[in-house]
Each structure stands twice: as C-alpha cells, then as structure tokens.
Design a protein. Structure first.
Length: 124
C-alpha cells in the first residue's frame, strides 16, 4: 500500500528566466540582434532559418518585456521598427556566446550566419 505524501516544492527564482531563455528561438534572436547595432524585423526574420513571423513577434515581445531589447518605431511610410539590445540584453548575450560557440563546434556549422565568427574566435 502506497501512502500519499506531500513533498514540498522549493521555489526557485531562476525558473522563470531559465524557461524564457530556453525557448526555441530566444537565444538565436538575441544573438542576431546583438550582431548589429540596430536591426529591422524583416532582417531578423530572413537571418533565422525556419522562424515564422508570429514566432519572431512573440519572441521580440518577451524580450522587450524582460528589458533585453529596445524597440524603436521609425516614423516613415510604411512605418519601420528597429530593435537593439539594452545593457541587460548585451550582458545576457555575452553569457550565451560560449553556448553558441559550443553548438557551432559540436555541429560543425562554423559558417552559420547567426553566429558572428569574430566574436566566437575570441572565446576560449
């Protein structure tokens, strides 16, 4: 006979941020934006193979909500939007670059347009 016992879960303050940054397109989007001082939606979309406009839009909204990117609307016809990393976003990108380098080496895809080879060569 098995007794029902309640195990108390420890609440970890890192859970939300780890869940967010581990989403499918998050780190790739962060790195693409970080490769430029500012970049438009369609440029991001064309750089990340396989991402849909909706997935990119959702990812950008999450990043903006977390304070990782700035969204600047350019008053033109048609209106244009540019994205750039905030200080917080730049710090996260620096932390993520070793993981991207590992993935690049592991898969043998050193020519991936998402990854800036100049930055990766500086990493050990």
């Amino acid at each position: 006979m098995v007794k029902n016992s309640k195990v108390s879960k420890q609440v970890c303050p890192l859970t939300d941020i780890v869940n967010t940054i581990s989403r499918k397109w998050f780190l790739l989007t962060l790195n693409v934006i970080g490769n430029s001082s500012k970049i438009g939606f369609n440029d991001i979309l064309s750089t990340i193979d396989g991402i849909s406009p909706k997935a990119l839009s959702d990812t950008l909204k999450q990043m903006e909500k977390l304070g990782l990117i700035k969204r600047k609307v350019i008053n033109s016809s048609p209106p244009k939007v540019e994205y750039s990393l905030t200080i917080k976003g730049k710090r996260l990108r620096v932390a993520a670059l070793p993981l991207l380098k590992w993935a690049s080496n592991y898969t043998g895809h050193k020519d991936c347009p998402i990854i800036n080879p100049k930055l990766l060569s500086k990493l050990v």
